[in-house]
Ligand binder design. Structure first.
Ligand code: ATP
Length: 454
């Protein structure tokens, strides 16, 4: 098992220092396990989501997009089983008042005696476990009564199932086809934590793929592989990624197969994404609860059937964390340590930084001209403050793959140097050729320099 896993503290510190992610409502002391994304965090997570959309929509023609509301009819959650069964076992400590997941006690710490798990400290007094529903409840409308109760969605998937008929009608698709959605979900997790790995408000990237029942097993195999490969293609090292099939006792009652794409996070191997063969459970349940027949009628064969569903369900925040962890590196530059994010250029928040060597002699003006010529290439940034070494370090820390430096020679021959974040190689390129040169480099296949040699 690889041992080169960075600590979460280093990731948290870098994210705070460079404004990727910071605690939410910090001026009021923060709100447990909620985070705000700053500029680079927004760019990074948006790239992750864009890559997901690209894989779902642009690279295929059998998936359509959806953006359903966060608030849905409460019957949705009765039909899906969330109201009755979306629970975790919870215990309270009568001494310190802390709540714990009863099934995670061995991995947790007693707040009063951190060397022991809850329940084993000298003063611990745990209640019996009781089931705690993870859905956030709210009320809709001005009157607060039983009829106005609604829930913040705990997953985006149900918004897809309840729209099956709408999409079928308007998208002119027939199984096998998919509906994809990205959006916020909410779970009142008992023990959130580990930075943005588990929070109460997070973004999911889910796709429900509807197939003729006889094709379900093949599509399940297809999506497991496709989703694993997506992370690899975006640079995650293969020895830090694995696909783990659920044991039969881990499976949800409706699932005939589930596999998790797992990443070696600082907390150990943990779920990054789940791929499940959900059978016809969801469409059948919503048919029963709504009275609408959620089926497909095949005109050619005159056959009517309820499609089966293969679901790849990923978390945008958790994936962003995995990309950060996988990219984080500290190396030695001639005695000076640098922290660098070796992110895949497609994921990197900023693709290129343009830096005049000095703030005079016409260099800032030419640098601004170069910056303008790169607007179509990707997110570009201009920085003229501080020594060139400091500016390189700053770009390394946010994972910018290329720094373009305008120097004295640039004014004479209209060439600039392009510095590669990973190899540190510097090459002179003509200003006019720069947009094409960088576009080519950014589109080239990329392998993490942290990978083991092949
Ligand atoms: P876990 O076992 O970690 O609680 P899960 O199996 O309940 O996850 P799913 O319901 O399959 O998760 O959700 C799909 C994906 O959504 C997960 O793989 C994860 O990436 C993301 N996700 C789920 N819960 C959270 C959370 N509380 N915070 C951040 N991401 C989450």
């Amino acid at each position: 098992m690889p041992t080169d896993v960075v600590t979460m503290d280093k990731i948290v510190a870098l994210c705070k220092r460079r404004g990727f992610v910071f605690p939410s409502s910090e001026i009021y002391g923060g709100l447990g396990s909620t985070y705000d994304f700053g500029h680079y965090g927004v760019l990074l997570k948006r790239n992750v989501k864009d890559e997901w959309w690209r894989a779902m929509l642009q690279d295929r023609e059998d998936i359509v997009a959806l953006d359903s509301a966060i608030l849905q009819h409460p019957r949705t959650w009765e039909a899906s089983g969330h109201l009755a069964g979306f629970t975790d076992p919870l215990v309270d400590c009568r001494t310190c008042g802390t709540r714990f997941r009863a099934d995670h006690l061995a991995d947790l710490q007693c707040p009063r005696k951190p060397s022991k798990p809850p329940g084993e400290g000298p003063e611990c007094d745990l209640t019996d476990a009781r089931e705690f529903n993870l859905m956030f409840e709210t009320t809709v409308g001005p009157v607060r009564d039983a009829g106005s109760v609604a829930y913040l969605r705990p997953e985006t998937a149900q918004g897809i199932f309840v729209n099956f008929k709408n999409v079928l009608q308007f998208a002119r698709k027939k199984p096998p086809f998919g509906i994809a959605q990205v959006g916020k979900s909410f779970r009142n997790e008992i023990t959130p934590g580990n930075f943005i790995f588990r929070t109460r408000e997070f973004e999911q990237m889910e796709m429900e793929f509807f197939v003729p029942p006889g094709e379900a097993q093949d599509w399940y195999a297809f999506w497991k592989e496709a989703r694993f490969d997506w992370y690899v293609e975006l640079g995650i090292r293969t020895d830090h990624l694995r696909l783990r099939a659920h044991d039969s006792d881990e499976l949800s009652h409706y699932s005939s197969g589930t596999a998790d794409v797992e990443y070696l996070f600082p907390i150990g191997w943990s779920e990054l994404e789940g791929v499940a063969n959900r059978g016809d459970f969801d469409l059948t349940q919503h048919t029963e609860y709504s009275g609408e027949r959620l089926e497909y009628f095949d005109q050619a064969t005159k056959e009517r059937y309820t499609p089966h569903v293969i679901e790849p369900a990923a978390g945008a925040d958790r994936a962003t964390l995995a990309f950060l962890v996988d990219a984080y590196d500290e190396d030695d530059l001639g005695g000076e340590q640098r922290t660098v994010l070796k992110l895949h250029p497609r994921i990197a928040p900023v693709k290129v930084a343009v830096l005049p060597l000095v703030r005079k002699d016409g260099q800032p003006e030419l640098a601004r001209e170069v910056l303008a010529s790169l607007r179509g290439v990707g997110q570009a940034e201009y920085d003229e403050g501080g020594s060139i070494g400091k500016r390189y370090r700053r770009q390394d820390e946010i994972g910018t793959p290329y720094c373009v430096t305008v120097d004295h020679q640039s004014l004479e021959d209209r060439t600039v140097t392009v510095r590669d974040r990973d190899t540190l190689a510097q090459e002179r390129v003509a200003v006019d050729a720069l947009p094409g040169e960088l576009a080519g480099r950014l589109a080239a296949p990329w392998r993490s320099p942290k990978s083991a040699p092949v």
